[in-house]
Design a protein around this ligand. Structure first.
Ligand SMILES: [Zn+2]
Length: 290
């Protein structure tokens, strides 16, 4: 039997009051059931019952097509104080199946090893549900906007559209939208970042086969799993420019090697372990003022 340290319990409780991320919005059970239904039909790796078992939460933000934008929190057990707040975002691009699947596999691993949780994790496992549930799935949201070019970076108004036209020749896959944070999927992520105040953000994509990093220099990792660091730079409206450069939050971007095929089990675990080592080693402890 383990014992609960009363001091740890009080600190953990105060931590939750001071920095808890929770919504009072009523949860729409039928919407979550439909969401899990669609997800399990679309992705082989995610089954309906395990999806339901996460008890995914949502707030008032919905996708363009009215789908819930879901999140899942994990906290250390027994009142232990979390070492860090980590936000993990998957499925910003709806056609990157492997990135969405691996996010759910990591959530499943945390769920099954709840005693080992050290951090306050907040997962947004599918940031662009309309893109995934299209037939065929698409990178952009239902408005045809690339959410990863729609973040309200300070240069959005002056640069996002000229940059898109010049650098991408107006490729619809990189459409930054009609204005900074014009899309509900972007507004939701911005509100989550503001409310949760993460110590680090992990953003999961495919298929470039590398790890990218934006943010303060001292937390730059060399590699994660067999993915090597290759900094691609940031763009007007990208999460890296918004959260990494503008808000100074370390943003680790995992780019899996294939959008359609998951890495093998060993590599999935290795990437997970290396991400955790990076969080442990490089982040400053949370400062809580009493
Ligand atoms: Zn992507």
């Amino acid at each position: 039997m383990f014992k609960i340290n009363p001091l740890a319990f009080i600190i953990g409780f105060l931590y939750l009051i001071l920095s808890g991320y929770s919504y009072a919005a009523p949860q729409d059970k039928a919407a979550i059931e439909q969401f899990c239904q669609q997800l399990s039909q679309k992705l082989r790796t995610i089954e309906y019952e395990p999806c339901l078992s996460f008890e995914l939460q949502h707030n008032d933000f919905k996708s363009i097509e009215g789908r819930p934008l879901v999140h899942k929190e994990f906290l250390p057990q027994d009142g232990k104080r979390p070492k860090a707040r980590v936000l993990a975002i998957g499925g910003v691009h709806g056609d990157e199946y492997s990135a969405i699947s691996i996010t759910y596999l990591w959530m499943r691993a945390i769920q099954q090893h709840a005693q080992a949780v050290d951090h306050h994790w907040l997962f947004l496992p599918l940031a662009n549900p309309d893109g995934l549930f299209r037939n065929p799935a698409q990178r952009q949201n239902a408005n045809g906007v690339d959410i990863n070019r729609n973040f309200p970076t300070p240069d959005w108004e002056t640069s996002a559209i000229p940059f898109w036209k010049r650098y991408y020749s107006g490729n619809p896959r990189r459409n930054p939208g009609g204005g900074p944070a014009s899309e509900p999927e972007t507004q939701w992520q911005v509100s989550v970042i503001q409310a949760f105040r993460p110590d680090a953000i992990i953003s999961i994509h495919a298929p470039y086969g590398l790890v990218d990093y934006d943010g303060p220099d001292y937390v730059r990792p060399d590699r994660v799993g067999h993915l090597k660091l290759q900094q691609l730079g940031t763009f007007p409206g990208s999460l890296g420019r918004y959260a990494g450069e503008y808000l100074n939050i370390p943003v680790l971007t995992i780019e899996l090697e294939s959008a359609g095929r998951l890495p093998n089990e060993k590599e999935i675990l290795q990437v997970w372990q290396d991400m955790n080592v990076w969080i442990e080693d490089k982040l400053k402890p949370i400062e809580v003022d009493f």
